[in-house]
Design a protein around this ligand. Sequence first.
Ligand code: SF4
Ligand code: SF4
Length: 147
Amino acid sequence: MILLVKLESLDYKPKPIEQNFANDEANYPVTGEHNNHKVRAEGKERMDADGKPYPTKFGIHGTIVGVDWEACIADGACMDVCPVSLFEWELNPGQSGTDNDKKLEKGTPEYEKYITDKCDPIREAECIFCMACESVCPTLAIKVNPE
Ligand code: SF4
Ligand code: SF4
């Protein structure tokens, strides 16, 4: 029910993460680093599932565990299932899981910037490739790349 409310309240339509993002330098160039992982395509305008520009331009965080921040709607499912507690909320540091995201109020500068909290793969090197996060993500925002 929480998920439905979140999806319905969005005025854009998240689409699945590009499966080949880590090898697509043209569309997903490395633009920075954050919490010991690479960030790709930050600052680039990208299209949602309806072909309209996403309201955010954060790009994809992580390589071993890539999370498309444009598509992440902060429901927390990936965090709940990850056996190695690899993820953390960007706006609520030290916290993870359903309902522990920072709730953003419409009209505030933080809302305009983020729309929802974002799932950060802060310990991607610890991934054991169980693929549970990929399976549960309601917007298919995660792509795990086993090494
Ligand atoms: S594949 Fe498994 S261990 Fe790796 S981030 Fe996803 S849930 Fe965690
Ligand atoms: S990456 Fe997917 S499962 Fe994880 S918080 Fe974001 S929307 Fe939910």
